[in-house]
Design a protein around this ligand. Structure first.
Ligand code: APR
Length: 311
């Protein structure tokens, strides 16, 4: 059986475990600093397995040793946003937590693929890669799957078409400057630009960009977790099943799209080794301008990180 360890057993971590257990993909380990909490959630979930008929072992621990031999490490540890906060406001607190999670888990699972979810996402993935010194194939940031899913959900609400017919592609950094690609996003092959009136499409783009904030403002005490964790589960499945699935994720740029030494949301092919390929789309002038603006904003957060941590 494969093994997935999830660091941070809060809302996104434990919900990721829930989605993964449903898929019977791997045995699961939940690690958190809070004493008893990951153990309690792990045991509770384990006791649900007979009901849903899944042979999955789930354990919780406060000790990174429990993660030994993991195929995938999913990092969700850290603070979530509260109303009025940007993802970047989380930088210094989460850098310390994610840095430790990355280096501690690597000791026990030198061959794992890392999926990073903690915000500010692109920069936490960058930190994970720098601290572990892993090749870029093995450190992937979750964001594009979530942002694209939000856009797909909004298009479905607007049109009444099945979400199965709706494909959306949101690239760029996981912030309000993200880049929903409206030309290639489509409903059963028809571009959204042809399917929807311009003002409705613009409203969907804006709602997508602010999708995380919309949930934070409703929840008030934390940030979204169902859709972010479902995105992590889809990525883990694509990796473990070696699916060669192309989805937008944050990846380390090494010249692609004219970007270097930064994490950014681009279409990647996911398989057993992690990132198998980065797909380069042809962007039109408007999209390229939005892409560059988003890249500048992510780069700024990377620079702020470098002032905090020696990497
Ligand atoms: N090691 C392990 N777990 C930690 C550590 C640490 N050093 N520090 C904090 N944690 C745990 C907390 O105890 C908590 O259980 O991380 C968990 C975070 O859970 P929540 O507070 O419920 O936050 P969540 O909604 O899951 O978001 C976590 O993911 O989507 C991002 O922006 C979000 O950065 C945030 C992260």
């Amino acid at each position: 059986m494969n093994k997935i360890s999830i660091i941070g057993a809060g809302m996104t971590g434990s919900t990721t475990a829930h989605w993964l257990a449903e898929r019977e993909l791997a045995d699961l380990v939940l690690v958190d600093v809070v004493e008893g909490m990951p153990q309690g959630k792990g045991l509770d979930m384990l006791e649900a397995m007979p009901i849903i008929g899944r042979d999955v072992e789930i354990v919780g621990s406060n000790d990174y040793a429990a993660t030994k031999g993991s195929d995938i490490i999913i990092i969700t540890a850290g603070l979530p946003r509260k109303p009025g906060m940007s993802r970047d406001d989380l930088l210094s607190a989460n850098a310390e937590i994610v840095g430790k999670a990355a280096t501690e888990t690597l000791k026990y699972s030198p061959d794992a693929v890392y999926v990073v979810l903690t915000n500010p996402l692109d920069t936490m993935a960058y930190l994970t890669m720098k601290m572990t010194k892993l090749p870029r194939e093995r450190v992937i940031g979750q964001a594009g799957v979530l942002d694209s899913a939000r856009m797909r959900a909004f298009v479905a609400l607007e049109t009444g078409v099945s979400i199965e017919n709706i494909q959306c592609y949101v690239l760029g950094g996981h912030g309000d400057e993200m880049v929903p690609l409206t030309k290639i996003s489509n409903i059963a092959g028809v571009s959204l630009r042809d399917y929807l009136p311009a003002d409705r499409l613009e409203a969907i783009v804006n709602r997508t960009r602010k999708g995380g904030g919309e949930i934070v403002n409703l929840l008030k005490t934390g940030s979204a977790f169902y859709a972010p964790s479902a995105a992590c589960a889809q990525m883990a499945e694509a990796i473990l099943k070696d699916k060669h699935l192309i989805v937008p994720c944050a990846a380390h740029m090494q010249g692609e799209y004219g970007l270097n030494d930064m994490f950014f949301g681009v279409p990647v092919m996911l398989g057993r080794k992690g990132i198998e390929k980065i797909v380069e789309y042809k962007l039109d002038a408007d999209e390229k301008a939005a892409f560059d603006k988003s890249a500048a904003s992510v780069k700024e957060t990377h620079e702020a990180l470098k002032k905090l941590v020696k990497i």
